[in-house]
Design a protein around this ligand. Structure first.
Ligand code: MG
Length: 376
């Protein structure tokens, strides 16, 4: 089932203080919006970010792989722009989220998606626990029963066709998408929200959000990569960015650098970003014969854009020949330079397969790689 996220970040809200709108202020070293976008990457197929046109350049830096849509005059108009941009694209479920809620958890997103199996709409909320008063002229004028009251959060999730139709039909200004959905007669289930899923509104909220992020600790991610290229005629093989003289070459669409391909896929894997083929489709002639460092640099840039650094990586080349040992230090230095990390975080080693299998018969070379990414 195709699931999209719409992240609304077109507001110019300044209640949070600061020189720039709150979704662009820094939280733990990255823009608030970057945190919000990343929260949805693993559980959605597509992300649309609604931005103010003046923010396009900075949005491109944090929203790699997302569609950018210009906001409208109101929040409703902004959401509608995003939904119209997704119309006809086969999207079945959509999660509409406020870009100023950077700490939404996978669990909250999962509960909204699970409820959409049963309901047309679902949204997280927390029960009101404080007593509620009505006040007038500084005095308590009465109490308010809180038993049926909820504090609404986002993402608000809907079956796509239903919420698109609801937005097209809606007149006036709505508080949120649940109001639009209800006006169209949709049932919206309440699922359990989280206190940490706060909306950054006032300056003090940033300190609270940073403290919550610190409490969550480090995010450590592992990825693995595996690649094989067959031998063909030639005078050397490209391995981990180094041309190693050999009586043969490796056959491949690009420079066939099997080690660098495995490492690139390990980084994409750690980011849940697919593989080289997703970012550089072999069907696209512009990547024919492309040097593999373009792929590895892209993966490393994406890693940094997500706020991770490379703790270490380890590449194992599997071949009988050529001998890798004499070139391993040069490969380590080359990979480190391409990724912009210290060489001590990069390992390149090799093994034979004891003359067994395709590598043993010297039909080709295989490579395995592991990458460990850390965000603190
Ligand atoms: Mg390859």
């Amino acid at each position: 089932m195709t699931t999209a996220a719409v992240i609304v970040a077109a507001g110019r809200g300044s209640r949070a203080g600061g020189e720039v709108p709150k979704q662009w202020q820094m939280l733990a070293g990255r823009p608030v919006l970057a945190h919000a976008i990343d929260a949805f990457r693993a559980q959605t197929d597509r992300i649309v970010v609604v931005i103010h046109p003046a923010d396009r350049a900075r949005a491109e830096a944090v929203a790699a792989g997302c569609d950018l849509v210009p906001g409208g005059a109101t929040r409703d108009a902004s959401v509608r722009n995003a939904l119209e941009a997704l119309a006809g694209a086969g999207v079945e479920r959509v999660l509409i989220h406020d870009g100023a809620r950077p700490l939404v958890s996978p669990a909250v997103i999962g509960r909204v998606l699970a409820a959409l199996e049963t309901y047309s709409g679902a949204a997280p909320a927390l029960p009101v626990t404080d007593a509620l008063w009505r006040g007038a002229e500084g005095l308590v004028a009465g109490t308010q029963d809180r038993s049926a009251l909820w504090r609404a959060q986002t993402p608000q999730g809907f079956r796509f066709a239903d919420i698109l139709a609801a937005h097209r039909a809606y007149q006036g200004v709505a508080a949120d998408d649940v109001e639009v959905a209800r006006a169209a007669g949709l049932d919206v289930a309440i699922v359990e929200g989280e206190e940490a899923n706060l909306k950054l509104t006032f300056p003090g909220d940033f300190a609270r959000a940073e403290a919550i992020l610190k409490g969550r600790g480090m995010d450590v991610r592992l990825g693995n990569g595996y690649d094989v290229h067959a031998f063909t005629d030639g005078d050397g093989v490209w391995l981990c960015g180094v041309k190693v003289p050999h009586g043969r070459a490796l056959l491949g669409h690009s420079d066939a650098d099997v080690g660098m391909h495995a490492l690139t896929d390990a980084i994409y894997g750690a980011l849940a970003e697919g593989d080289i083929g997703r970012h550089f489709p072999p069907s696209d002639p512009q990547w024919k014969g492309a040097a593999s460092h373009i792929f590895l640099r892209h993966a490393a840039d994406l890693m940094r854009a997500r706020g991770y650094h490379l703790a270490n990586c380890d590449v194992t080349l599997v071949c009988e020949r050529p001998k890798i040992g004499p070139h391993a230090a040069a490969m380590q230095a080359t990979l480190a330079e391409i990724m912009g990390v210290e060489p001590g975080r990069v390992s390149v080693k090799a093994t034979t397969s004891e003359r067994l299998g395709f590598t043993g018969r010297e039909e080709g070379i295989a490579a395995l790689a592991t990458a460990c990414l850390v965000r603190s």
